[in-house]
Design a protein around this ligand. Structure first.
Ligand SMILES: C[S@@+](CC[C@H](N)C(=O)[O-])C[C@H]1O[C@@H](n2cnc3c(N)ncnc32)[C@H](O)[C@@H]1O
Length: 186
């Protein structure tokens, strides 16, 4: 774990607009991100996997690596994910293209992306592509450090998104909440 903090901070310094976090997600936040996944359900798509903290929590929840599809744009993080998680499906690509992934019957998209700092077009592509993958039964799971939902109001309203929020996870730097979005009309 110490080695992944060094790698994370190195990439934060070279690519601050992509990493946009002070540290990798804590064990407590990662566990909350994975808490509602069904081990017997469909595949899970992960966005912005970074050094793999949330990936590990998804596997700890009982989802086999072969059923996890992790998208990450940073090639150095992709190399680490492939080395650390045999069987994991790793895609070096933009999360904006999540709708193009060939995955049947995904139950959820779990996102460690810095969604709040992303422009409208990219957020819209991520949410539209997500609900193309998971349909009305699936969820988009996203943490945020701020007090408001991390998806822009225009997108929430246009897509008719509904959501639930977790308790505040104090054991994270900074403290965060997990939002679970559904799209009843997709
Ligand atoms: C805040 S870090 C989170 C890393 C890890 N999931 C965690 O929680 O510790 C955000 C990650 O999203 C990746 N990222 C940012 N924009 C992206 C995009 N458009 N497509 C795919 N990955 C992206 C960054 O490279 C970085 O690894």
């Amino acid at each position: 774990m110490a080695s992944d903090i060094g790698l994370f901070l190195g990439q934060l310094l070279t690519k601050p607009h992509q990493v946009v976090a002070l540290a990798p997600s804590s064990r407590a936040l990662s566990a909350e991100m994975a808490a509602t996944l069904d081990p017997a359900g469909g595949p899970v798509i992960e966005l912005g996997a970074g050094t793999g903290r949330i990936t590990q929590a998804i596997l700890d929840r009982g989802i086999p690596a072969e059923k996890v599809h992790s998208i990450e744009m940073n090639p150095i993080f992709c190399d680490k994910l492939r080395a650390d998680f045999p069987g994991l499906n790793v895609y070096q690509m933009s999360a904006g293209d999540v709708g193009d992934l060939e995955v049947e019957g995904a139950q959820a998209v779990v996102s460690g992306l810095p969604l709040l700092s992303m422009p409208y077009e990219l957020q819209n592509a991520i949410l539209t592509g997500t609900f193309k993958q998971v349909g009305t039964a699936g969820t988009y799971i996203q943490f945020t450090y701020g007090p408001k939902p991390p998806v822009k109001t225009e997108i929430r309203e246009a897509m008719g998104l509904t959501w639930t929020t977790s308790r505040k996870i104090w054991g994270n730097l900074p403290p965060a909440r997990v939002y679970r979005f559904s799209c009843p009309g997709s």
